[in-house]
Write a protein that binds this ligand. Structure first.
Ligand code: NAD
Ligand code: WQD
Length: 355
């Protein structure tokens, strides 16, 4: 049962060692996994989330897993009063900014909601940090800023672009962060460009829990395997890739969470804006993900190859060298392990956090 998972991270550090880190969007998929790794590394997370795409149960699971109940504020990051209260009540050393909207398709239909949520939240956060003299920030960017130009492996020096409003919010926020650091007022900001986050914590207590029909491949496959959906539609079988299906760089969410700890450990230098790809450097096709998932779950994943999805590119994977050389961070978990952990989460929680 879920209760077999022990609070494995409990009690390693005395209170005096702890450094407070504000985690916006800390109840979300990547945020919860990062809170677990922050606690393991001796940081003290303070969480703000409005539950617009998550649930209180996710935070209860994190508390159960770690044995630590982190201070939590239920609020929109655009709420300046609450944000100021957090900085008054806590000596915040650094901020990790996950909060935001992330669905590409939704952003095309509702661009204003996307620009407002993603950009305004970042501006209010930066203004509040400035007001309280706090200058250390790690931001969730995305491989989406490589757009559809260039050929992989993508390196950080490529120009930012996008093909959709969601991606433009990330490109624009990166520009804002770069401009803020360029003032020379002592800011230290790191943007991590995630490739395709997948998998779950090996405890099976936390994982990805999308509302409605999943947009992304891995949660869709797991819902097919668990019997919630009939078959996977594979978007395109005629790409210029080894087996004709799209190729992506799938990064295990625990490796991704650890990249945030590495970025925090590195962030002490003032007046530096840095960007790092967070990926494995390995391209994996849709058919390879299906095969890996079938092996891990011992369940069939029926599929049909259908038309390409508008906006998709054939192949996208990282050059992960800069993060390795400068942050000392490397992905350690394979696609097989990600499929095992996704299946463990999905089979123990067929309806996500509602169970
Ligand atoms: P998620 O939706 O699970 O987590 C985001 C969290 O932020 C949710 O808990 C949501 O309730 C909260 N939130 C949203 N708007 C808010 C607001 N205005 N104020 C307070 N809380 C708010 O998504 P995730 O997959 O964990 O993504 C985290 C970050 O990483 C996002 O910025 C996303 O754009 C970025 N990212 C995600 C992926 C991916 O594929 N998952 C890839 C690249 C980048
Ligand atoms: C992966 C592959 C699809 C679903 C998106 C965002 C990106 C980033 C990560 C936030 C592709 C194929 C998918 C399905 C399929 N997010 N697929 N059937 O599109 O690489 O990236 O999430 O920053 O910005 O665009 O991820 O999981 O949707 O797709 O065949 O039902 O799986 O065509 O080749 P994507 P994905």
């Amino acid at each position: 049962s879920l209760h077999d998972a022990l609070p494995i991270y409990y009690g390693h550090h005395s209170k005096a060692d702890l450094v407070k880190v504000l985690v916006t969007g800390g109840a979300g998929y990547i945020g919860t996994h990062t809170v677990v790794e922050l606690l393991a590394a001796g940081y003290e997370p303070v969480i703000v989330d409005d539950f617009s795409n998550s649930s209180p149960e996710a935070l209860r699971r994190v508390a159960h897993l770690t044995g630590v109940e982190s201070p939590f504020y239920e609020a929109d990051v655009r709420n300046r009063d609450v944000l100021e209260r957090i900085f008054i009540e806590h000596n915040i050393h650094a901020v990790i900014h996950f909060a935001g909207l992330k669905s590409v398709g939704e952003s095309v239909a509702e661009p204003l909601r996307y620009y407002s949520t993603n950009i305004d939240s970042t501006l209010v956060l930066l203004e509040t940090m400035q007001k309280f003299g706090r200058s250390n920030l790690v931001f969730s960017s995305s491989a989406t800023v490589y757009g559809n130009a260039g050929t992989p492996p993508f390196t950080e020096d490529l120009p930012r672009q996008s093909t959709n409003p969601y991606g433009w919010t990330k490109a624009m926020i990166e520009q804002i962060l770069e401009d803020v650091v360029a003032t020379g007022h002592g800011w230290s900001i790191t943007a991590l460009r995630y490739f395709n986050p997948v998998g779950a914590h090996p405890s099976g207590l936390i994982g990805e829990d999308p509302n409605n029909i999943p947009n992304n491949l891995m949660p869709y496959i797991s819902q097919v395997a668990v019997g919630r959906r009939k078959q996977l539609a594979i978007f395109g079988g005629d790409y210029d890739t080894p087996d004709g299906t799209g190729v992506r760089d799938y990064i295990h969410v625990v490796d991704l969470a650890k990249a945030h700890v590495a970025a925090l450990n590195h962030i002490e230098h003032p007046d530096v804006y840095k960007v790092y790809n967070i990926g494995t450097g390995i391209g994996v096709s849709v058919l390879e993900v299906v095969a890996a998932f079938e092996k891990a779950s011992e369940q069939p994943v029926p599929y049909a190859i259908v038309d390409r999805r508008p906006g998709d590119i054939a192949s996208c994977y990282a050059s992960p060298d800069l993060a390795r050389d400068e942050l000392g961070w490397e992905a350690e978990r394979s696609i097989d392990e990600a499929c095992q952990d996704s299946w463990n989460w999905q089979s123990k929680n067929p309806n996500g956090f509602q169970d």
